[in-house]
Design a protein around this ligand. Structure first.
Ligand code: AMP
Ligand code: MG
Length: 406
């Protein structure tokens, strides 16, 4: 059943109720940057793998130094030198110690490390002038990570440090969600591609390029579906391309004009439209539907409306497909630097720039809020969200802001 004039919240919940995770695939760990794990990853062994020294110094039995003082230093014989990677052959008693380096295995009998700078050496004897606590400067086996412990959760976006961790755990392959394929189609008879020559009165298709980039940035795989004219025939023709896609996005042609045919034509071809028109600004004429397991987003043509509706509706769906549990973007409260007025009937997504000054968070609303002004996006780092019902925020009051991704 098609719902009309719904709230942003209801629109999101309808979308998410129709969205499923993609299947998993196994990839080489070093090529997994930015991918999303489809299972939790457990450590195959303890980290550290063995008790090792955290410092360059001397490995001792701590109890023997309990009486050590500058007046009465304790003298111990240095019986070996253990560097990282070497297997110790000696064991430590009350009479001896070993010289040891960072990362080296702590020999049997030793239970503390005294730092090099706190020890004076006289031939093969080491002089200790103060006691040392048991366990001091020893990194214990399993202290950081225990064998079998979860080190990376499901739905985690692999970072460079995660790749370092995987290497240290010798995990060569990991399972991640397949990137959803997102087909992006620009509709509009007035549109020309950037490759075509400029022609008066035409509009250059910028939406496809912006949405393709957002799709890659958010971890999915974009496919450029090109430009399609506002005719039933052209729209029917382009429907043939949808086979390979998990998500189909169109921009333009979804309002109430005579040439706004996307909803009608795709509906006739079998797309089940769940909603059309959301109480928001920009982005009011947006439609969402499903066809088999594919998600269809018919976004408005104005560049800012297309981006805002992508952020609010397509992004949460992509994140859910990639197993991300919390698909809400980060929100904060910031002090507005000017009065903001609006009508009560819609939720507004104003573009703004937040910053800190004297430990306070402020947000400047970009002066031109036209839904065709891309400059309002590129000069901003957040949305200032004014919910329905809210008609005014005075300068100096706090507003909810939603941070742009990354
Ligand atoms: P529509 O939603 O089709 O009524 O389009 C609204 C406005 O957005 C019109 O001024 C279009 O020319 C413009 N527009 C539509 N599609 C694109 C696009 N792909 N790139 C840039 N502007 C567009
Ligand atoms: Mg149009």
């Amino acid at each position: 059943m098609l719902k009309e004039q719904i709230s942003v919240k209801e629109a999101k919940s309808i979308i998410l109720s129709q969205t499923y995770e993609t299947e998993e695939e196994e990839i080489i760990f070093s090529q997994s940057l930015g991918r999303y794990t489809s299972r939790e990853i457990k450590s195959p062994f303890n980290i550290p793998n063995f008790d090792n020294s955290a410092m360059d110094g001397f490995a001792v039995k701590s109890s023997i130094l309990s009486s050590a003082s500058p007046e009465n230093p304790v003298k111990l014989k240095i019986v070996d030198e253990i560097w990282a990677g070497k297997i110790p052959k000696v064991s430590i008693s009350s009479e001896n110690c070993v010289k040891i380096y960072t990362g080296a295995i702590v020999p049997e009998g030793a239970d503390a490390i005294v730092r090099k700078e706190d020890v004076s050496v006289d031939g093969d004897m080491a002089l200790f002038k103060s006691p040392v606590e048991k366990g001091y400067d020893i990194r214990k086996e399993g202290e950081e990570i225990k064998k079998g412990e979860i080190v990376i959760n499901k739905g985690y976006k692999i970072t460079s440090s995660a790749i370092g961790l995987l290497a240290s755990l010798m995990i060569k392959k990991i399972r991640v969600f397949r990137k959803p394929k997102v087909l992006i189609i620009a509709t509009g008879s007035e549109l020309i591609d950037i490759e075509e020559s400029f022609s008066y009165g035409k509009i250059v298709n910028s939406n496809s390029y912006a949405l393709i980039s957002m799709t890659s940035e958010y971890g999915a795989e974009p496919v450029n579906g090109g430009i399609v004219k506002d005719s039933r025939q052209s729209l029917k023709e382009c429907f043939k391309k949808i086979d390979m896609a998990d998500v189909v996005i169109t921009t333009g042609g979804v309002s109430v004009g005579d040439y706004d045919l996307v909803k009608d034509v795709f509906g006739e071809l079998g797309v089940n439209w769940h909603f059309w028109k959301v109480r928001m600004r920009p982005g009011h004429p947006v439609a969402f539907g499903t066809y088999q397991k594919k998600l269809f987003f018919a976004l408005p043509g104005n560049p800012v409306s297309a981006m805002v509706t992508y952020d609010q509706f397509v992004l949460p769906a992509i994140k859910k497909m990639l197993g991300v549990e919390n698909y809400q973007r980060k929100t904060l409260y910031a002090i507005v630097t000017d009065d903001i007025k609006k009508k009560a009937d819609r939720t507004h997504f104003l573009r703004g720039k937040f910053y800190t000054k004297d430990g306070q968070l402020y947000v400047d609303v970009f002066p031109n809020q036209s839904s065709s002004a891309i400059s309002s996006m590129i000069n901003s780092n957040c949305y200032v969200i004014l919910e329905e019902g809210n008609t005014r925020i005075k300068r100096g009051e706090k507003a909810l802001i939603e941070l742009f991704e990354s």
